[in-house]
Ligand binder design. Structure first.
Ligand SMILES: *[C@@H]1O[C@H](CO)[C@@H](O)[C@H](O)[C@H]1NC(C)=O
Ligand SMILES: *[C@@H]1O[C@H](CO)[C@@H](O)[C@H](O)[C@H]1NC(C)=O
Length: 286
């Protein structure tokens, strides 16, 4: 009986290695024609004008995996615009892993904003400048999500590691499958220099481009999926599953320290003013 139940669970989860077709992997969800799939499914563009932004989401839900997307952000004066690219589950106690790119005036740096929600609770913002111009060309943004890490990467360089510290009482995303979402929208009440710089609509439409999507992941087919144990047993038997056991080795840690030392512009773990009752517990665990 036990193994029968396990088979049902396992059969609703599949290991996928998707590469490359926006027709196959995503649905445009809003924007009334402002989101376009081009070049035989290899390219997707989102656009924003005064009337609306646009967005898309993955057809699959994923429970653990390694997901890469190449993104080229709005060039020129992108102040007031935000391109969000994130994984999220549903509901009030959802988990979420966020990249958000906050635009800026021409020649001023984008801000890459990151956050992690567990059980509906976020407030874990870290923000970065980048060591390249993210609007001049496509760059590769990746999320490695396995039972021990949520690792954020830009062009393969780790920038942030949200570790599994469940043994210390800190929730970790591990049981709610997530979809991938992206949208381009106007956030000029807060995005650029705290809302001081407004979107210049004479430059609209604003366009961000996506290509090179790759997911090596446990994908949940249908409404209900198997749990982490089903993903674990599949990963153990699948050659494209190096991500399942991937660790953040000393080289990766050194690169992440370099980024955090030179490019991090905000870290919730250093914001004593914001947390007068004490910093969140994960901040004090080395
Ligand atoms: C994106 O970065 C990841 C992480 O390093 C890497 O595995 C992948 O091959 C890269 N993809 C592209 C298209 O550069
Ligand atoms: C925009 O540029 C200004 C000036 O360099 C900087 O202070 C700010 O952090 C940048 N990013 C955003 C999103 O405002």
């Amino acid at each position: 009986m036990k193994s029968f139940v396990f088979q049902i669970l396992a059969s609703s989860l599949v290991i996928v290695a998707s590469a490359g077709s926006f027709y196959q992997d995503f649905d445009v969800t809003w924007g009334g024609g402002r989101a376009k799939v081009l070049d035989d499914g290899r390219l997707l563009t989102l656009s924003l004008d005064k009337a609306s932004g646009s967005g898309f989401q993955s057809k699959n839900q994923y429970l653990f995996g390694k997901v890469d997307m190449q993104i080229k952000l709005v060039p020129g004066n992108s102040a007031g615009t935000v391109a969000a690219y994130y994984l999220s589950s549903q509901g009030a106690t959802h988990d979420e892993i966020d990249f958000e790119f906050l635009g800026n005036l021409s020649g001023e740096p984008y801000t890459l904003h990151t956050n992690v929600f567990t059980q509906g609770k976020g407030n874990r913002e870290m923000q970065f400048k980048l060591w390249f111009d993210p609007a001049a060309d496509f760059h590769n943004y990746s999320i490695l999500w396995n039972p021990r890490h949520v690792l954020f990467m830009a062009d393969g360089t780790p920038i942030r590691d949200f570790r599994n510290l469940e043994s210390r009482g800190i929730a970790f995303p591990k049981s709610q499958p997530m979809r991938i979402y992206s949208s381009l929208w106007n956030a000029d009440e807060w995005a650029t220099r705290g809302g001081l710089v407004k979107t210049d609509w004479s430059k609209a439409p604003f366009t961000a481009s996506y290509r090179g999507f790759k997911a090596d992941a446990c994908a949940v087919a249908g409404a209900s999926g198997g749990g982490a144990s089903a993903c674990a047993s599949m990963a153990a038997n699948n050659r494209s599953s190096g991500w399942w056991n991937q660790e953040v080795d000393s080289t990766a840690q050194a690169r992440m320290r370099w980024v955090q030392k030179n490019y991090m512009i905000y870290n919730y773990c250093s914001d004593l003013k914001r947390f007068p009752q004490g910093l969140p517990p994960e901040c004090s665990i080395a």
